[in-house]
Design a protein around this ligand. Structure first.
Ligand code: SF4
Length: 429
């Protein structure tokens, strides 16, 4: 086996993802009409070249750095490395492959990892056990949840991948931001030592500036989503999560949001809804499914239900000050990291989460909430009843709770999810 092939094999799941994205893109191009599902088409067009470039770099021997999605990909731009989001790759493989990555959930389950932990990590753990991944290092914060903290040591102790951990405080206050800023800096220096590189913070500043620009575009888009009917299609939600995972800090992310914004503006001007008619406006404060994103289309087209926001898309952060000194830079990075999707909701107490939900329900004229609950998210488990009462008392809208696993169709099937939503909708119309 020559060296090139060896390097490529260090990230076989990433190559599988690229193949699956290219096939999907081809189908989208050939089968769907021009007006089909624009966010899917645009997302694939912007993401595929970035993943392709990463795979080329991996072939050249550039270090492979695995990271938890709660560690921002653009912060890793201070290195010449191939960043692989452990959760992102397996979840989007669960979207694009028939039967997803269920095989790997079983591999790690049979090895002895508890069934009630998160499929976000279980996919990558099973793949590592099968030697599909060979990371030069892995970096993660101690967030967003106990499931993360209990799963990542597997990579260190079983697979012997160097593991770097940035300690994130639970409370969100000035002292915590300062502490986490220091932790971020230390963790990047530690990562540099492991992969034999000095962090280039000027290079990182440029990636942060790209994301500052993306934040402005997202802000504009959010204002448009407040309109009735919503000018985005439901699939935008999982595709936007993919853009955050795979192209953060790359100019392609600006292009992705600029193109989506243009479509949203045009729909807004013409009062168009992707599904034809918007009958119900829903907010999903947790996740939509990854194992079957056609659910998004079904909601749009069959029920006329818009998914205005899901957990990956309602967190907006202040721009990071990239022009001042390093301490200011890292302080801004820490604030952004602690306000990151799922991190913001899962750390601290639940009051800010309830407040956010009530504010969003009012600002976005929501008719209902749909709360998907996974057995892995222990920290979310106590919230549904409180949120249901808060939404009923403060906004007068109902909430449906669905137990599921976002990546594993065997827990609650797409059909069961559709049946539950169909019944719930009868109570709304
Ligand atoms: S918060 Fe829930 S979904 Fe997110 S990583 Fe933890 S267990 Fe998984």
């Amino acid at each position: 086996m020559n060296t090139t092939v060896k390097m490529e094999n260090k990230i076989a799941p990433y190559q599988m993802l690229l193949d699956a994205m290219e096939t999907t893109h081809e189908l989208v191009e050939k089968i769907l009409p021009e007006t089909g599902i624009p966010s899917l088409k645009i997302g694939l067009e912007e993401i595929i070249p970035v993943v392709r470039k990463d795979i080329e770099k991996a072939r050249e021997g550039v270090p492979i750095v695995g990271y938890h999605f709660a560690f921002q990909a653009d912060y890793l731009k201070c290195f010449d490395c191939v960043p692989i989001c452990l959760e992102g790759v397996s979840y989007f493989l669960s979207t694009l492959l028939i039967n997803g990555v269920e095989k790997y959930y079983d591999v790690i389950g049979n090895w002895g990892h508890p069934f009630h932990t998160c499929s976000a990590q279980k996919g990558a753990m099973g793949m590592s056990l099968e030697n599909l991944y060979h990371f030069d290092a892995i970096i993660t914060p101690t967030a967003p949840c106990d499931s993360t903290c209990a799963s990542y040591p597997f990579f260190k102790y079983e697979k012997k991948f160097p593991l770097i951990i940035a300690d994130m405080p639970f409370l969100h206050d000035e002292k915590s931001y300062e502490y986490y800023a220091e932790q971020l800096k230390l963790s990047l220096y530690s990562l540099g030592e492991v992969i034999g590189q000095e962090p280039d913070f000027d290079k990182m500043r440029k990636a942060l500036e790209v994301e500052n620009e993306v934040s402005k575009l997202r802000m504009e888009l959010f204002d448009l989503i407040k309109a009735v009917p919503s000018p985005i299609e439901n699939i935008f939600n999982p595709i936007a999560a993919a853009s955050t995972v795979f192209i953060s800090g790359a100019p392609e992310n600006i292009s992705f949001y600029s193109r989506i914004l243009e479509i949203a503006k045009s729909r807004y001007k013409n009062n168009n809804h992707h599904g034809g008619e918007e009958r119900i406006r829903s907010i999903w404060p947790y996740m939509v499914t990854f194992f079957d994103i056609s659910l998004c289309e079904w909601l749009d087209r069959e029920l006329g239900m818009s998914v205005l926001l899901d957990i990956f898309n309602y967190n907006l952060s202040d721009p990071i000050d990239t022009k001042s000194d390093l301490d200011t830079l890292f302080y801004g990075m820490a604030r952004k990291a602690m306000g990151w999707p799922m991190v913001k909701q899962s750390t601290e107490f639940y009051y800010p989460f309830l407040d956010d939900c009530i504010r969003m329900a009012k600002d976005f004229s929501a008719d209902c909430f749909i709360y998907t609950q996974s057995i892995a998210c222990k920290q979310f488990g106590g919230i549904p009843q409180l949120l249901r009462e808060a939404l009923r008392d403060e906004v007068g809208i109902p909430m449906l709770v669905i137990d599921f696993d976002v990546g594993d169709a065997r827990i609650t099937s797409a059909k069961a999810i559709k049946d539950k939503i169909s019944m719930f909708v009868q109570t709304l119309l």
